[in-house]
Write a protein that binds this ligand. Structure first.
Ligand SMILES: NC(=O)C1=CN([C@@H]2O[C@H](COP(=O)(O)OP(=O)(O)OC[C@H]3O[C@@H](n4cnc5c(N)ncnc54)[C@H](O)[C@@H]3O)[C@@H](O)[C@H]2O)[C@H](O)CC1
Ligand SMILES: [K+]
Length: 511
């Protein structure tokens, strides 16, 4: 597998992108030449993706260089025989944008000040990373007209209106079908709040030198993309030649209640797929027979249960495991809190999810039981994060939660993100909304728990996040998003990975 460049992996804020861009200009790259290069690449990509020359392109042009990019694309599409209509409802523009607008006029491209109807597709060159204040009413109206046109919109760099760093709309935002992010991934595009706006994400590389990225972000940037390469390296493969079942990780998975029986099974099936050496599955006694039948390789512990069908106590010694995972379907009663206390006080790597996170949200003082050096992983979705830490998950709130509580945190949802206590993060550029259904999280918990027993916590979180999402995407491609049932997801983890790693498997076998 070819190594990825730094440009493939880094995530930048507007300020960092501006600083990198300034270095290119200071080193001699003319601004106009860079715009010509970048927009030229984008124009080629658009021509490949949309070869139909009977379709009319609407080009929305803003006042800055995002608008300049759009004008270069408009010119190229026009010269290639596409019908093009420019819409520029702004009174002022930067000099380079003005020059391209004049040239477009010289070429005879129609330029409208009022919203032109009858376009088949829109290119959004309104604003990029230079947007620095809320949009005025006229621009918000223009965006609403574009969104309401019912035509597909392709955004240059960012959907206009989105804040480059937070991903929040500044008054309004273009709802794009696809966003072509220029040069480096912008932080805002990878935030939960940006998901309704950006559509499919694609990066247009324009050859930013590694030295310029390193000069601004450092050699090991804090915020990175969760690449296939990083995820595959994080898997506990290959297995040591002298492997032994007790040395391939021992997981204790505490899951299920009479009310939520399936959650325990889904988590256990996924844990099995992680390749874990030994799995002990602690469930309420009334679930043990079905658990054995579904996951015969698990050592099932039938726990005494409360009147409401939750685990009443753990009749086992918790010391001998490489990892403990708790959460799927356990319920939120007082006995669960007692069990949580017991595990929190040990230094065994610990994954906490679902109901167990609800218990912790109700009793934040319990965090203090955790030894400072112990590895703790949590996998909250936005609602769980809000309940735990009192704010929506943003880059700042995620990293402060991770550092204050010394957590490895997996923020679930669109562009799921792994955050560490020292402020490093890895965001998966896409995922699938098909995962938004009951049971998907239980599959992630089992998978991550199984990996946590085999490798370090950060690697486990990276590998599990990627494996879970990519398997779901593969299922969605074959049998639509509706077909991504958690049962199917758990069943497909192993076959999907096998297929994805065909060439690597051949190498292991050859070595
Ligand atoms: N990254 C690169 O190396 C390249 C980037 N290119 C493109 O340039 C834009 C960034 O251009 P910039 O001119 O800095 O910013 P914008 O086009 O996003 O718009 C800024 C423009 O708008 C004004 N402004 C800001 N906020 C508002 C507002 N709320 N309402 C009205 N006007 C606003 C601001 O004062 C500026 O005048 C980047 O995204 C790329 O698309 C290059 O072309 C290629 C290289
Ligand atoms: K844009």
């Amino acid at each position: 597998m070819a190594a990825l460049s730094l440009a493939d992996r880094v995530v930048v804020t507007a300020e960092q992108m501006q600083a990198i861009e300034s270095r290119l200009f200071a080193a001699g790259m003319p601004v106009a030449a860079l715009m010509e290069k970048v927009a030229g690449l984008l124009s080629q990509r658009l021509q490949m993706a949309y070869p139909d020359r009977t379709q009319r392109w609407g080009i929305w042009v803003g006042p800055g260089h995002n608008g300049g990019d759009a004008l270069v694309v408009a010119r190229e599409l026009h010269l290639q025989g596409y019908p093009v209509q420019i819409w520029h409802p702004f009174e002022r523009r930067k000099p380079l944008t003005e020059a391209h607008l004049q040239f477009a006029q010289h070429l005879g491209i129609s330029i409208a000040c009022d919203y032109p109807e009858h376009c088949d597709r829109w290119l959004d060159g309104g604003f990029g990373f230079g947007l620095n204040r809320p949009l005025n009413e006229a621009t918000q109206t223009a965006i609403a007209q574009l969104n309401d046109s019912g035509k597909p919109i392709l955004s240059i760099d960012l959907p206009s209106g989105l804040d480059t760093d937070s991903g929040e709309p500044l008054g309004a935002a273009i709802r794009a079908e696809r966003t072509y992010c220029l040069g480096l991934w912008k932080q805002g595009l990878l935030q939960l709040v940006a998901a309704p706006w950006h559509g499919e994400l694609e990066r247009v590389d324009f050859g930013i030198a590694e030295a310029d990225i390193v000069a601004v972000l450092g050699a090991v940037p804090d915020r990175q993309i969760l690449t296939d390469e990083a995820a595959i390296a994080a898997l506990p493969l290959p297995i040591a030649a002298d492997a032994h079942k007790y040395r391939r990780g021992q997981l204790l998975l505490i899951a299920g209640s009479q009310r939520y029986r399936g959650a325990a099974l889904l988590a256990a099936l996924a844990a099995r797929s992680s390749g874990v050496g030994m799995m002990t599955l602690a469930v309420p006694a009334s679930l043990s027979a079905i658990a054995i039948a579904q996951v015969p390789e698990a050592l099932v512990v039938a726990c005494p249960e409360t009147e409401t069908g939750e685990i009443a106590e753990l009749p086992i010694d918790c010391d001998r495991y490489n990892a403990i995972a708790i959460g799927p379907g356990v319920g939120t009663g007082p006995t669960i809190r007692t069990i949580l206390h017991r595990v929190l006080q040990q230094s065994t790597p610990f994954l906490i999810d679902a109901d167990a996170l609800t218990v912790l949200a109700q009793h934040p003082e319990d965090w203090a039981l955790r030894p400072a050096e112990a590895r703790t992983v949590i996998t909250p979705h936005a609602g769980e994060f809000q309940r735990l830490f009192g704010s929506a998950p943003t880059p700042a709130s995620l990293s402060s939660a991770a550092s204050e509580r010394s957590l490895i945190l997996v923020r679930k949802g669109p562009s799921p993100t792994v955050v560490t206590p020292v402020g490093a993060s890895w965001a998966l550029v896409d995922s699938t909304p098909a995962l938004a259904r009951g049971g998907s999280g239980d599959v992630l918990t089992g998978l991550l728990g199984g990996l946590l027993a085999q490798t370090d916590a950060v690697s486990a979180a990276i590998a599990a996040t990627w494996w879970h999402s990519r398997t779901a995407q593969a299922i969605a491609q074959k049998q639509t998003a509706l077909g991504v049932t958690p049962t199917e997801l758990a069943a497909q983890l192993t076959p999907w990975l096998g297929q994805r790693l065909q060439s690597e498997i051949a190498q292991y076998l050859a070595s």
